[in-house]
Design a binder for this molecule. Structure first.
Ligand code: GLU
Ligand code: MG
Length: 467
């Protein structure tokens, strides 16, 4: 019996018939091709595409793609682990029909995320989407807990006509400003229309702080769906911008200095339909389980950074006093602590309360990031980890004694430091399993080697158009 938590060739019962009907319906709607999408360990979206008539076959048998992409770097060079990075072997990509959408920003195309499965029908241990499914299924089984997640998306919009490799902001109006909203009026309206047509509920979209920067936030979903949605929305933003002669970058640091692009994660934990972050008798309405879950994430943030901020460019963004949250601290509605407790509006707290994790960017593979954040939180929940005193204001101003009392320390300042923390973290490595954990380590070390000797400007330039 195949289930969503355990995908197998042929999909779930009835999937092939469903795919056959779908491909007729999609053809009728002018769709010619299906984009089969996943994200590699470096955080780069990779795809195969098939004609719409091939959907039933893809659903039954998958579509071939080498496992070598598990150890691709962002510049498309390849590193190796004991088991990955070889030119040998093949995998099958199986589209998730529940998530198939017609792409409103790319006429003629539909899109579906895939699970990657071996030719023998086993789960591929390097598949990040399958990893996140497993973490979510284990949480339900072992703790009776489920999750809702939303990933914020920040990006900058540049002129396509800019000199090769350069970023020239396409909008020059002030941060959060009316001028910038008008400058990008047509493009943003098309983005909203595309999201609506694709069933993505947008909460807000606004001009952000950095030159040419915007942000969109979308409704929370279960973690796998939230990660899928993050990939889909980025594909849509890029496609819509291209139709306006514009170019977008989600890189953590499009320029070496100043505010970067974040990918803050909002996460809430639920049991029996009740949000553990609301209505509890602990601080700010948290339940004891929410406090312990938060403590688990807080404890492991330095190691998590290797997954949530995976690029050398990530460390150009992760600087104090830029709302990127670079201190291991938590606080109520505070924007410089790595963890911001969002209590929500009075009257809506039971649905809205959540934990916002800030040191996450969009170079991160969203499946790996959510899976590792949840694994860290669950380790805290299982051990009843104590949550230290909260902080307010910018932790950069905390004196050494008060910082020590609250366990406040600076997150890794380089990918090198983050990888060392990750390698020493048994909980994260065990959650990922040896194949994925080794892939993360090898890919991060590969990125470090790729930028050796480069100054900040050249690091920013190297990744500017890769994410
Ligand atoms: N751009 C900031 C970052 O890199 C976040 C700004 C905000 O709080 O929305 O995380
Ligand atoms: Mg923002």
């Amino acid at each position: 019996m195949t289930t969503l938590a355990d995908p197998l060739p042929g999909g779930r019962p009835g999937d092939v018939d469903r795919a056959r009907a779908l491909s007729g319906e999609l053809s009728g709607r002018g769709v010619h091709g299906i984009v089969l999408s996943y994200v590699d360990t470096a955080g780069v979206g990779r795809v195969k595409t098939v004609p719409v008539a091939g959907l039933a076959s893809a659903t039954a048998w998958g579509v071939g793609m080498s496992p070598v992409f598990d150890t691709f770097l962002a510049d498309d060079s390849v590193v190796t682990t004991d088991v990955l990075g070889s030119p040998d072997g093949d995998l099958r990509l199986f589209p998730d029909l529940d998530r198939l959408v017609v792409l409103a920003g790319q006429p003629g195309w539909a899109w579906a995320p895939v699970d990657r499965i071996t030719q023998d029908g086993d789960r591929h241990p390097g598949c990040s989407r399958t990893f996140l499914r497993r973490i979510v299924a284990d949480a339900a089984r072992a703790h009776g807990v489920s999750f809702r997640a939303g990933i914020e998306i920040e990006w900058v919009i540049g002129l396509d006509s800019a000199p090769a490799g350069a970023f020239v902001p396409a909008a020059t109006g002030p941060a959060y400003g009316a001028i910038r909203q008008v400058e990008m009026s047509d493009c943003t309206a098309d983005l909203l229309a595309a999201c609506a047509a694709q069933g993505v509920d947008v909460e807000q979209v606004h001009p952000e702080y950095a030159p040419g920067q915007f942000e969109i936030s979308v409704g929370a979903l279960d973690p796998v769906a939230a990660a899928d949605r993050s990939v889909l929305v980025r594909q849509t933003i890029r496609a819509v911008a291209r139709r306006h002669g514009l170019r977008v970058s989600f890189s953590p640091a499009v320029e070496a200095r100043g505010v970067g692009n974040g990918g803050h994660v909002h996460l809430s934990a639920w049991r029996d339909g009740v949000n553990l972050y609301a209505g509890g008798d602990r601080r700010h309405g948290m339940t004891a389980d929410a406090e312990a879950f938060t403590a688990g994430v807080l404890d492991r943030l330095p190691a998590l950074t290797a997954v949530t901020a995976p690029s050398p460019a990530s460390y150009l963004r992760l600087r104090p006093s830029q709302w990127a949250g670079v201190f291991t601290a938590w606080g109520l509605e505070t924007r410089e602590a790595a963890l911001r407790l969002v209590r929500g509006t009075a009257g809506r707290r039971a649905e809205q309360a959540n934990l916002e994790v800030k040191p996450v960017d969009l170079a991160a593979n969203p499946y790996l990031a959510l899976g590792c954040l949840i694994a860290a939180g669950l380790a805290g929940l299982a051990s009843g980890a104590p949550l230290p005193e909260e902080t307010s204001g910018d932790p950069v101003g905390l004196d050494a004694d008060r910082a020590a009392a609250r366990g406040v320390r600076r997150l890794p300042v380089s990918l090198d430091e983050a990888v060392a923390e990750f390698c020493a973290d048994d909980v994260l490595r065990a959650a990922l399993g040896p194949v994925l954990a080794d892939a993360v380590t090898a890919v991060r070390r590969g990125e470090i080697a790729a930028v050796e000797g480069l100054d900040d400007e050249r690091v920013a330039a190297a990744y500017r158009w890769r994410y």
